[in-house]
Design a protein. Structure first.
Length: 455
């Protein structure tokens, strides 16, 4: 219900044109500013409310229902609300009888109950007061951290795209320069065109000079001049012939062109370049995955593509040690789990089971068990006929005791394993490290085991 703003007049008859500023709970009167001054001197201990909030926040001791204006002497337990006699009336007319069929009692009857409840609430408020501030500070800290992460992501995006634009601009400049060099070195240079237009005039000038020299040839006083002009004419003819040869050579370029081409897939890759890892919190603790969106998306879909799930890091080799004892201590009886292994060769492999690990030295069958290779983007589901999903053994870890393909072979710790898969255990089995069907030993750089909690 929309709040009603108090707009009352002073209760004093001669001041009833003045706006009320205060309400006295004891006297049940509205007072203007003048009346409040006198009232404060006469009754300094009276409880007054300043009329600056909505009417629903001011308790007057009287019922606020329209036309009731009766003292609140009852408590409706059904609605947990104070009410007056008119509210309880069996004669239901407009504004009356709202609580006539409710569980009602006199306020005097619940005085001790509410007094005890008040003490309890005081203690609760003290507890809340002590715990609320740290919670608020933690929330603020979390917000600042998230906001900082958001700004860092945006800055990183801008930085990467700036680098891409710089690289594209540099590549563009290089290609443009290469085009100029090809045309200048292989095809017709600009200066040849310019020089070719000068050739007719150069020939005409040289011919005129040659005719003049021919007339003065027998004049011994001009012999040196004639010889010098002859040399100039010879050089001109040589230059004209060179340009003329290049002009003739250019006729061969009529059907020769250079072109610029590119792989259209590059444009498609640019259009889909980058991704926002908005749900990489699923494996946020993984040092192996390092928030690799592709790997996380694959694992998410392989485990359960239709449902969301949470993860909890149970075991990490470099953190918890590589002994079998530590593995079983941290991972046994935890339910569905995912094993992620990074080998020293950089391969990321592992397996999922919805079963518990334990140390009972027994095989377990699980239709949901699968193996995977993130490098190959492959998943290997358990065959319908296979009864061997995992083998639990107290002297071995998650891969050494037959996690489908990883067999215990007398290794001393969880840093060493061997790939071995029976032919009927997994469909289309051809793991990256399978080594053409032969057993393959490997060293584990890191091993992580996650509890999978389906929502």
């Amino acid at each position: 219900m929309e709040a009603q703003i108090i707009n009352k007049k002073c209760s004093l008859k001669k001041h009833n044109q003045n706006e009320a500023i205060f309400f006295c709970l004891e006297c049940k009167i509205y007072m203007c500013n003048k009346c409040e001054n006198y009232h404060s001197e006469l009754f300094p201990n009276h409880n007054k409310h300043k009329l600056e909030t909505n009417i629903n926040e001011i308790f007057t001791g009287f019922c606020k229902e329209e036309n009731h204006n009766n003292p609140l002497l009852f408590l409706c337990k059904s609605h947990n609300q104070l009410c007056c006699g008119a509210c309880l009336s069996k004669i239901k007319k407009k504004g009356n009888g709202q609580h006539s069929d409710c569980d009602v009692c006199l306020i005097e009857d619940i005085k001790e109950e509410k007094k005890n409840k008040l003490k309890e609430n005081i203690e609760n408020l003290k507890i809340l007061s002590n715990s609320l501030e740290p919670s608020i500070n933690k929330l603020k800290s979390l917000y600042e951290k998230i906001n900082e992460n958001k700004e860092n992501v945006k800055l990183n995006i801008q930085k990467i795209f700036t680098n891409i634009r710089t690289a594209l601009n540099e590549r563009e400049d290089k290609l443009l320069l290469e085009v100029d060099e090809i045309y200048n070195n292989i095809f017709i240079k600009d200066e040849i065109i310019k020089e070719s237009t000068k050739l007719p005039n150069k020939i005409k000038t040289s011919l005129e000079k040659a005719n003049l020299i021919d007339k003065d040839w027998n004049n011994d006083s001009k012999l040196s001049l004639c010889i010098n002009e002859c040399l100039n004419i010879e050089n001109n003819i040589k230059y004209i012939n060179e340009i003329n040869d290049k002009i003739k050579q250019s006729q061969n370029y009529n059907e020769i062109n250079i072109d610029f081409s590119f792989d259209q897939k590059f444009i498609e890759e640019i259009e889909n370049f980058g991704y926002i890892s908005y749900y990489n919190y699923i494996f946020k603790d993984s040092l192996i995955l390092k928030c690799n969106q592709k790997y996380i998306e694959n694992l998410k879909n392989w485990i359960n593509e239709k449902k969301k799930f949470k993860t909890k890091l149970l075991y990490r080799k470099t953190r918890d040690g590589d002994s079998y004892y530590n593995f079983h201590k941290l991972c046994d009886n935890q339910g569905a789990n995912l094993v992620i292994i990074k080998t020293t060769e950089g391969n990321i492999i592992g397996g999922y089971t919805s079963l518990d690990w334990d140390n009972h030295s027994s095989w377990k069958n699980d239709k949901d068990t699968f193996l995977y290779s993130l490098n190959d983007n492959k998943i290997f589901r358990k065959s319908q006929n296979s009864k061997f999903s995992i083998y639990c053994y107290n002297a071995a870890g998650p891969w050494l005791p037959y996690f489908g393909f990883l067999k215990y072979n007398g290794r001393k710790n969880l840093s060493q394993g061997q790939i071995l898969c029976r032919g009927d255990e997994f469909e289309n089995y051809n793991l990256l490290l399978n080594n053409n069907g032969k057993d393959k030993n490997f060293d584990a750089e890191e091993v992580e085991v996650y509890k999978i909690i389906l929502n």
